[in-house]
Design a protein around this ligand. Sequence first.
Ligand code: NAD
Length: 482
Amino acid sequence: MAKTPITVAYGDGIGPEIMKAALRILLEAGAEIEIETIEVGEQVYLRGETSGIDKKSWETLLHNRVLYKAPITTPQGGGYKSLNVTIRKTLGLFANVRPCASYYPAIDTKHPLMKVVIVRENEEDLYAGIEHRQTHEVYQTLKLMSSPGSEKIIRYAFEYARANNHRKVTAFTKDNIMKMTDGMFHRVFDEIAADYPDIQTEHMIIDIGSARLADTPELFDVIVLPNLYGDILSDVAAQLTGSVGLGSSANIGAEYAMFEAIHGSAPDIAGRGIANPSGLLLAGVQMLVHLGQAEAAERVHNAWKRTIEDGIHTPDIYREGRSTQRVGTMEFADAVIARLGMLPERLTPVNYAKDEPIRMEPPTAVKVKAKKELYGVDVFLDWDEANRDPNALGQKILSEVITPELTMTMITNRGLKVFPDVDVNSFKTDHWRCRFVSQTPIHHNVIVNLLGRFAAAGLDFIKTEHLYYFDGQPGFSRGQGE
Ligand code: NAD
């Protein structure tokens, strides 16, 4: 087999020790990889490269397409950008795949039967970093989710499930509250699920879903989630297996991929030769599967399982009574290498699909464009007068601002309708949303004219959101209490 070139970053802290150990095992197991090393992380940051990676390393990365990365240290203080976020976004790594399996009885856990794979959307949602302070009291982050982005991650989860013999895919959202963003994710999930009749599907609201995951993880198999929920729950799930130190993750895109442990650079134990290389090694197993080298991946994973089953443990997982030998990083690697070709006896051996790795084409844009019509606008105000009395604001707008083309249907504060009609004396901030609608489609000029009148009335509008109908369906939510 021709060797596949990969880029390796040794990282900081314990990074170099665990990378050396992991690569030794992978190569001894017959991984057909050709290694090209780049420097990323602390020293690069301190040389003034705010992204933690220099131009030459980028070129290597782009050329080889696969990055195997040890943890890095982000220096304290402002100005340094997260290397992981930069790599994920630049390389279009839309899927974060984190297997979370218990290794009981080799490793203690409250959930001996747990075997869950978290598939997290990696590029969208609240991670766009579009944030604004709008008033003295109110701050905003935009949660942006696209239907092609959702389709890509959900289809990936189903393809992953099918290729790896999983029986069920569960989606978690909060679409009872976020009907537009999470509602769309849920709808796309249902549509794509119909293409996979061989796989069971279910949807849960994230709160009860998380509670069940923490209590009875054996109910779940593959879980697909939007970015923020996935970020949080993938750490929870890894911890539930018994040790976050064994966790690995794959960041997958259409053309590029990155594999790493989920823990950090552990500066407190760096240089002592006692770090556990397992998380990074298991990321290496994911990498070999991705490269189509399933046999080598299986050999490594089974030998590793046999090693921990034999009680050969680094100090972080060593337990009197359960462990038999306390070893350092390199001795652990030696023990795994000595077991290459063996299967675990009590733990279930792994069996990776021999198929080609899953490749996802970038999604096509919107298939059929809906008819989009403008019917109104929400105008947001920074207003802190008249003891924040909504009636005072409402009357001012009705007398000084309103135009004949539009009707003001409500004013809300923190999403709750406070005008017209009775206001139950709720707490109010200095941030108000005023909704204007028309019975017939309008042109943008109507909104521009309205905003001109707001300005003339001395009212500080801080943003607008247009109210569109798509094929006759409202593309906006109602106000609470509307
Ligand atoms: P950490 O994961 O590095 O360490 C937390 C604790 O777990 C420490 O006590 C450490 O000794 C222990 N630990 C971690 N990995 C271990 C291993 N393989 N074997 C044995 N013990 C292990 O988290 P932290 O201390 O919060 O962060 C340290 C640095 O790592 C920070 O600069 C942080 O920004 C960075 N970090 C990097 C990544 C990454 O590169 N992907 C991820 C998380 C944190």
